[in-house]
Design a protein. Structure first.
Ligand SMILES: [Zn+2]
Length: 147
């Protein structure tokens, strides 16, 4: 799934969930997107970083407007594949140094960037105590991915 921040001409902003960018463009061009506040179709996308959500993750708050369609297993698998590809291409693999690097970035010692890797349970607990939340997704190569 892909999340876009959307804004209506009435000033209301909300999150829209789409399968992918094409799905968003299709829905926008057919005026399928409706402002939950005033019902207008004059909705545009706010330029913002795209956030991905791993299936089953409850780390993000629920969208204000969510789709009533049930997500099929196939769609969920496709979304996971997209996520895995995104992480593999955009996140630097620091392997077992993930906890160390996360802390360095947290305290401004290292350049802020997207990193991925593996942690032990105790490292993860320590990070959480520091206010760093890890997003865990299953990766196709079990020994190299995010745990
Ligand atoms: Zn509106």
């Amino acid at each position: 799934m892909i999340v876009f921040d959307l804004a209506c001409t009435c000033g209301f902003t909300f999150e829209g969930w789409f399968q992918d960018r094409q799905d968003f463009e299709k829905q926008q061009s057919t005026s399928f997107i409706e402002c939950p506040e005033c019902g207008s179709h004059e909705v545009r996308k706010i330029l913002s970083p795209i956030r991905y959500q791993s299936p089953g993750s409850d780390m993000y708050s629920q969208p204000q407007q969510h789709c009533t369609d049930t997500v099929s297993r196939e769609d969920a698998e496709k979304a996971l594949e997209t996520l895995q590809k995104f992480v593999a291409e955009n996140f630097e693999d620091v392997g077992a140094d993930l906890a160390k690097e996360s802390l360095k970035i947290h305290y401004g010692i290292s350049e802020p960037r997207n990193i991925r890797g593996v942690t032990t349970d105790s490292e993860e607990k320590k990070l959480r105590e520091e206010g760093i939340n890890l997003i865990k997704i299953p990766m196709p190569t079990s020994n190299k991915g995010v745990n």
